[in-house]
Each structure stands twice: as C-alpha cells, then as structure tokens.
Design a protein around this ligand. Structure first.
Ligand code: GLU
Length: 497
C-alpha cells in the first residue's frame, strides 16, 4: 500500500464569513470523496478566529449547505469526535500553549509595534518602492528593551521569526515541489493582541492535532503555504500531504465570481438542481475519471476518485452541461420520488398546500410523467403544471386561431373536436390521439393547426406538456369544459365582428 492509499483524514475548514461558494463546495466534494475512497474520515472545522469577518448565521448556513448536498462530516460541530471541539474559537488554550513552545525556542517573537507605526513603516516602504511588510523592529530589540516592554503591560502580537536566508519547499501533490525564498517572506502575525490566533497559526496546529493527512484547499493558499511549512518544521511535526486544488472558472476563463451569475451553492439547490447531479457535475471540475465517462453515481465517484487525476489547471463551470446532467438525473427518478422533490416548489407556488394531502400528492403523481421528460430544473415545474392545474382565465386569440384559419373556422374545428371527444369510448391517451388525428383528415386541416388550437384551448398556452397526455391528465370533463370556453370566446369575437 502506498502512503496515499492509507485511510485519509481530510478536512473542510471554512471561515464563517458568508454563503458557501460553489467552488468551495467542489473543495468539500474532493475532500469528502478522498476520505470515502480511502475509508478515512472527513472533518468539518470552523475557522472562526477572525472576529472582524465573523458573520452571524454563516456557520449554520454552511452546515446546511453541506447537508443539503447529501454530504455529511464524520467529525465536527454537532456530531463531535475524538478531537473536539471543532471550532477554533473554543480551542484558544491550545494555540497559546503551542505559541509558548515556539516563543521559548525563538521561532516566534512578541511585537509591541502600534498600528500607527506599522502604517508609517509601510508608507515609507511604498515611497522607496519596496514591497509592504513588517520591518522586524521588535525581532531586533535588545534584551533590555524587550524586558522593559514586557514589564510595561502594553498590548502585543506574536510574530513568526521567518528564517532570513535559504528557501522553503512546499511539496504540492498536484503541482510538485514549489520553492519559496525565505528572504521574501514576511514575519506574519501568529497570535493577535486579542489572544486569537491568525489563520496561519491555527490551521497548522489544528491540522496536526486533528491528524489531518491531506490538507486539501483552494490554490489561493499556495502563496502563504511556506509559512505553514516553516511552522511544521519549527514544531518538528510531520507535514500533511499538500493538495492545492484548481480553481472553478467562469465561461470567460476567469475565477468564478458574482459577475458570472450565481455563485452560492444554495442558489443552485434552490433552483432545483438535484444534489446528486451537482455532486457528479462538480466532481468533474478539475478532476476526471477518463476522457469520456461523465455520469457517475455517488458510489462510482467514491470508487474512482483518486488525487492523481486532479488537474493543476482550473476547470470551467459550464451551465449547459449542468443543465444536461440535471435533466439526466431528473429522468432517472421514479415518479414517486420526483413528486416528493417537486412538492415544496408546488407548495411555494400555491398549487398544493404546505402539507400536501394524499389526494394532492396522488394528483401530482399523475401529472409528473407529463413534465419529467422536459424538466431542466425542479423550479420550472409550477409553471408547467399550472397550465394543467388552473383553467385559462381568458384566451389570446392570436394564439388560439391558427394562421390559415379565422375565428369562425377555428370555432367549427374546435366544435367538431369537442363532439368527437365527448363520444370517445374511453379516455386513454392513444384513443384521444387516434381520434383527433382522424378528425384532422375529416376536416381537411393540417395536424399542426388543429393540435395547436386544441393545445391553446386546453391550456391557454402554446407551450405545454404533451397535448394528449395533458388532456388525459385533465380528465374528459375538464377538457371539454375548457374547449367549450375557448369556443365561446371565439363566438364573442364573431359577434363583435
Ligand atoms: N479558513 C480557510 C478558508 O476559509 C481555510 C483554508 C484551508 O483549508 O486551509 O478558506
């Protein structure tokens, strides 16, 4: 067994600063798949140490988003685990203990510089056209100066004493070794004056403490990853496997952002993209099993997901492909299951009650096959089904009257159809269709013309679920009532003219 095949411990470590971006959900999917593939654990850790960026409710929203995708963490908030707590704000003692260790070894140092001084240093650097960054003033204090500041009780932060020479290599699994010059790194803050660690310090301590084997994360973290590697080296800890994931890009090849449209995973779920379709679709952004296989079940993805197939370059979020996937997954659902998933949308649109009755459910189940073939997202269902549910209030004659006919010839044709339908021995789809087809010939009309007039008469719209199925679902009485109303509406035109 190679190292990467041992049960992996992966983690998603979001800062609760807002909604879950679809690109972050792709990260979750890769982490979850890798944990499942290797028979390991997927950990959720809340990185809430930046109190200024903390957004109330964001933590619940992100947990909800992951749950709605049908993914669950094995350890983390709500479910606990051997390394609890899984929220960084509840682990402050741990960071302080570890900071003390590195302070004693001289790898961290206290810095009493005020924000005003730091600002001035940066302004001066800017004037000299030097990159911004701390000038290491407090790293170079004399023992007396340091003792004096210690005694003063002034606020301080704790910084990383970056080695001044040499280089740090980040061995990224996807990109290979990446070399960073230490002289270009900053003495970043590790513990802030409020006693909270910064992300850089907490992520290293926690990944180590929680025995994370693979640090999988967005590739924007590559730039600061040498600081993390230095911390592992200072502590003498084994590093996790670094896996920086390719970006999710918009159609223009730029990193996906609000400019491109929806970016929150909940926007997609709310529209009625199925979690299983999104899972399959997102798994293929930056990863692939082979050149051709696209549709894969969750179990197939787990079985096939390996890190060596992650590509270093970004993958484009192709909405057309997502629509195609969603359609495929919708058609795979049983009628009962699709009904179940549609009910919340129909309830929102007021087509069924918030707690649909058994009769409502049965009625929807009867109608669902009418739209299953053409549904792209679940949220389209109310508009498609409304035609069936509610009789048209009025008729647009421009739609009702076929191009080659006029009001009175349309009226006659609809009359003939009504009479023919009334006499049918049964109300089966095939029987309705056969009779209306033969009627077209009897009347000397074009199939398209008569059927369009019937479609508009039955539903009020030129776009509707298949005509004969719709008539069947409406039932004979309702169909005839609607046709008669359409005829009556044409009569009014005739009289007016
Ligand atoms: N808290 C970081 C974020 O929100 C996590 C980065 C990481 O996974 O190391 O992006």
């Amino acid at each position: 067994m190679t190292n990467t095949e041992r049960p992996a411990r992966t983690r998603f470590a979001p800062s609760p600063t807002g909604y879950v971006h679809i690109g972050s959900m792709r990260t979750v999917i890769f982490e979850w798949l890798w944990a499942r593939h290797t028979g390991g654990q997927f950990v959720l850790r809340i990185e809430d140490t930046d109190r200024n960026r903390y957004v109330e409710g964001a933590e619940d929203q992100l947990k909800e988003s992951i749950r709605r995708m049908g993914l669950m963490w094995d350890e983390g908030p709500d479910v606990g685990g051997p390394f609890a707590p899984y929220k960084q704000s509840e682990r402050l003692d741990l960071y302080h203990r570890h900071a003390d260790e590195l302070l004693a070894k001289g790898h961290l140092y206290k810095c009493w510089c005020t924000p005003e001084r730091l600002k001035q240093v940066n302004e001066e650097k800017q004037a000299r056209k030097e990159p911004p960054g701390y000038d290491r003033h407090c790293r170079n204090l004399s023992p007396e100066e340091r003792a004096e500041l210690e005694a003063s009780g002034k606020q301080y932060v704790i910084r990383l004493a970056v080695p001044l020479e040499g280089e740090t290599i980040v061995n990224d699994l996807i990109r290979g070794p990446i070399t960073f010059q230490n002289a270009l790194q900053n003495d970043m803050v590790m513990l802030k004056s409020d006693g909270f660690p910064t992300y850089h310090f907490a992520v290293v301590v926690d990944d180590h403490e929680m025995q994370i084997t693979h640090a999988m994360r967005a590739d924007e973290w590559i730039a600061t990853s040498p600081l993390h590697v230095m911390l592992y080296q200072f502590f003498g800890w084994e590093q996790p496997v670094w896996v920086h994931l390719p970006n999710v890009l918009g159609a223009d090849g730029k990193k996906l952002s609000k400019r491109h449209g929806d970016t929150a995973i909940t926007d997609y779920l709310d529209k009625g993209y199925l979690p299983e379709a999104l899972l399959n679709f997102l798994a293929l952004i930056g990863w692939g099993y082979d050149e051709t296989t696209e549709i894969m079940t969750r179990d197939e993805l787990i079985e096939r997901f390996t890190l060596d197939r992650i590509s270093p370059s970004g993958g484009v979020l192709n909405l057309e492909k997502l629509n195609k996937f969603n359609g495929i997954y919708i058609r795979q659902l049983s009628t009962a299951e699709l009904t179940e998933r549609l009910l919340p949308y129909l309830a929102d649109a007021g087509l069924v009650g918030a707690e649909p009755s058994a009769a409502e459910r049965a009625r929807i189940e009867e109608l669902v096959p009418l739209i299953q073939e053409r549904l792209v997202v679940l949220s389209e269902a109310p508009d498609l089904l409304r035609l069936v549910f509610t009789a048209p209030d009025s008729y647009d004659h421009a739609l009702l009257i076929p191009k080659k006919l006029d009001a009175s010839t349309t009226q006659q044709a609809l009359h003939a159809a009504t009479a023919a339908l009334r006499e049918l021995p049964s109300w089966e789809v095939a029987v309705i269709e056969a009779r209306l087809r033969s009627l077209t010939e009897e009347l000397g009309l074009k199939v398209g013309d008569l059927f369009m007039a019937l479609r508009v008469a039955a539903t009020g719209s030129k776009v509707s679920p298949p005509l004969f199925e719709t008539m069947h679902a409406l039932g004979r009485e309702e169909t005839l009532t609607r046709l008669e109303r359409a005829i009556a509406s044409l009569g009014a035109v005739g009289t007016a003219a």
